[in-house]
Design a protein around this ligand. Structure first.
Ligand code: ZN
Ligand code: ZN
Length: 472
C-alpha cells in the first residue's frame, strides 16, 4: 500500500508540474501512515458520494455531510490541538517558520502533496485530480506583536507576540478541511489548492503569494475570518465591496529645537504637527462626498522628551481608507499636499513616506456575485438560510483583497459568539479569545465550498464540451 501511495503521489506531482507551469514539482518525504493519536480515520464515520452522477438531493446534502464529518470528536480534538499549539507559539509576518513546519508535517501525515516555500514561509497544498478546475482555500498564519493577557492553559509562550486575530484557528480549520477533503479526494472533480499564506497583518503576504505565480491558474478562491461579533452557527457575508482599501503613511515634520521658554528662537514642530492633524481631518469632512465612505486617522505622534525643550522634529503616522480606487488615490495625494503645505505655513519642512515596500496598499475586498450565490446555497443547506447574516461593509481591510483583485474571490465571517462562554473581545485585543466550538463549521464550509465549486464547474465544462460536439 505504501509503495502504491508513493507512486500515486509521484504521479500526482508530475501532473501538477505539467498543469500548473509555475509549480516546481516537489514530492514530499514519504508520508507516515496515519497514527492513532486521533489522526486515523474512523471507518464507521459518514462518507460522501460525490460524483457526476449526483442527483439534486445528494448535491444538497454535501454540506450537511461535511459538517457531520467535521464534527467527529477525533477530528475536532485534532483541530483544537493544532490550534492550541500554534496559539502557544505565535510568529509574526514572514517569520512563520515553525507554523509552516507544523502545517507541512500535518500535510505529510495526511499524504497531501504541497509546494514550499512560497512567499518565504507560505505553503500551498494540492488535493484532487491535478487538473482544472482549480479552486483555492486560504488561511493566514501570522500573529501580532502584542502581549497576551488571557489567563489560560495555552497562553502564548512568546513574550510580546500573540494570536489575537484568530489566524491560529484559520490554519487549524484549513488543515481540518484538508483532512476531510483528502478522505474524499477520489471524488473531487478537479483540484483544491490549500493556501497557507504569511503576513496578513500589514505585510501583504497575499500579494507575495500571487507574485510567486502559484495561483495563476486558479479559477476561484474562498477565505474566512472568525468573528467575535456574530453568534456561533451563523456566517456573515455579502456580495460586492465588503472591506475598504487601505494604506499607511508616516510623516516627519522638521522644525528647529530649543528652549521651551524662548519659542521665538525655535521653529516648533509640535504645533505644526498639531495643525497638520487638524487639517487632515478636513479631508473627509469637507472634501469628500458624505456617501463615499473614507477614513483618515492619525494614530501615531512622537515628538519631544523633556518638559522644557522644543524638539527638532516630530513624527506622525496613520492610516487612510476608501472604498474605490479613485477615492483612495485622491486621498493619498491630498494627504501629501496637506502635510507639506501645512508644515510650510508654520516654517517647517515635512516629508511623507508610505513605505509600500513593507506596508503595501491593500485593495478593496470585493466579493464575487456568482460565488456569493454558491456560498448562500452551501451555507444555507448546512446551517439554515436564516443563519446567513448580511455583512455590512466595514472600513477594516484584509489582504485577501489582493486575491479578489486577481481572481474571483469570496470572503466571509464565521460566527463564534456563545453567550454562555463569556464575552468575546474584538480582534487585536490582548483579551482576544477564540471559541473553538466554531471550528467544525469553518472546516465544513471550506470543504463544501471547494467540493461544490469543482462539481458545478466540472459539470458546466462537461456541458460546454457536449454543446461543442453537438454543434460539430
Ligand atoms: Zn488582524
Ligand atoms: Zn485577521
Amino acid at each position: 500500500m505504501e509503495v502504491l501511495r508513493l507512486c500515486l503521489m509521484a504521479i500526482f506531482g508530475l501532473v501538477m508540474a505539467l498543469v500548473i507551469p509555475s509549480i516546481n514539482a516537489q514530492v514530499p518525504e514519504p508520508a507516515p501512515a496515519p497514527t492513532s493519536d486521533g489522526v486515523a480515520i474512523d471507518q464507521a464515520t459518514p462518507t460522501l458520494s460525490i460524483s457526476s452522477f449526483l442527483n439534486k438531493e445528494e448535491f444538497a446534502n454535501i454540506s450537511v455531510n461535511f459538517l457531520n464529518l467535521a464534527k467527529r470528536p477525533e477530528l475536532f480534538d485534532w483541530i483544537v490541538r493544532i490550534r492550541r499549539t500554534i496559539h502557544e507559539n505565535p510568529e509574526l509576518g514572514f517569520e512563520e517558520f515553525e507554523t509552516s513546519k507544523l502545517i507541512r508535517n500535518e500535510l505529510d501525515k495526511i499524504g497531501i502533496f504541497y509546494k514550499y516555500p512560497v512567499a518565504v514561509t507560505g505553503v500551498v497544498g494540492f488535493i484532487g485530480t491535478g487538473k482544472p478546475p482549480f479552486v483555492a482555500l486560504r488561511a493566514d498564519m501570522d500573529a501580532l506583536a502584542m502581549q497576551e493577557e488571557v489567563d489560560w492553559k495555552h497562553k502564548s509562550k512568546i513574550p510580546g507576540k500573540m494570536h489575537a486575530c484568530g489566524h491560529d484557528a484559520h490554519v487549524a480549520m484549513l488543515l481540518g478541511a484538508a483532512k476531510i477533503l483528502q478522505e474524499q479526494h477520489d471524488d473531487l472533480q478537479g483540484t483544491v489548492l490549500l493556501v497557507f499564506q504569511p503576513a496578513e497583518e500589514g505585510g501583504g503576504g497575499a500579494k507575495k503569494m500571487l507574485e510567486s505565480g502559484i495561483l495563476d491558474n486558479v479559477d476561484a478562491i474562498f477565505g474566512l475570518h472568525v468573528s467575535p461579533r456574530s453568534p456561533i452557527g451563523t456566517v456573515a457575508a455579502s456580495s460586492g465591496p465588503i472591506m475598504a482599501g487601505s494604506g499607511f503613511f508616516e510623516a516627519v515634520i522638521k522644525g528647529k529645537g530649543g528652549h521651551a521658554a524662548i519659542p521665538q528662537h525655535t521653529i516648533d514642530p509640535i504645533l505644526a504637527a498639531s495643525n497638520i492633524i487638524v487639517s487632515l481631518q478636513h479631508l473627509v469632512s469637507r472634501e469628500t462626498d458624505p456617501l463615499d465612505s473614507q477614513v483618515v486617522t492619525v494614530a501615531k505622534f512622537k515628538g519631544g522628551s523633556a518638559f522644557n525643550v522644543i524638539p527638532d522634529f516630530v513624527t506622525i503616522g496613520g492610516t487612510f481608507r476608501a472604498f474605490s480606487k479613485e477615492s483612495f488615490t485622491q486621498l493619498k495625494q491630498r494627504i501629501v499636499e496637506v502635510i507639506k503645505r501645512q508644515a510650510a505655513v508654520q516654517r517647517c519642512n515635512a516629508t511623507v513616506d508610505f513605505d509600500t515596500k513593507n506596508r503595501p496598499f491593500y485593495p478593496v475586498t470585493v466579493n464575487n456575485k456568482a460565488l456569493h450565490e454558491q456560498f448562500r446555497n452551501v451555507a444555507g443547506q448546512m446551517l439554515g438560510i436564516d443563519k446567513i447574516l448580511e455583512k455590512k461593509p466595514t472600513m477594516g481591510s484584509e489582504d485577501f483583497s489582493f486575491f479578489t483583485e486577481a481572481i474571483p474571490g469570496y470572503f466571509y465571517l464565521l460566527g463564534m459568539v456563545d453567550e454562555t462562554k463569556g464575552r468575546f473581545e474584538s480582534g487585536h485585543s490582548p483579551f482576544y479569545r477564540v471559541n473553538e466550538d466554531a471550528l467544525p463549521y469553518g472546516v465544513a464550509l471550506h470543504a463544501s465550498l471547494a467540493t461544490t465549486y469543482l462539481l458545478e464547474h466540472q459539470l458546466k465544462s462537461t456541458t460546454r464540451d457536449q454543446n461543442v460536439h453537438d454543434e460539430l
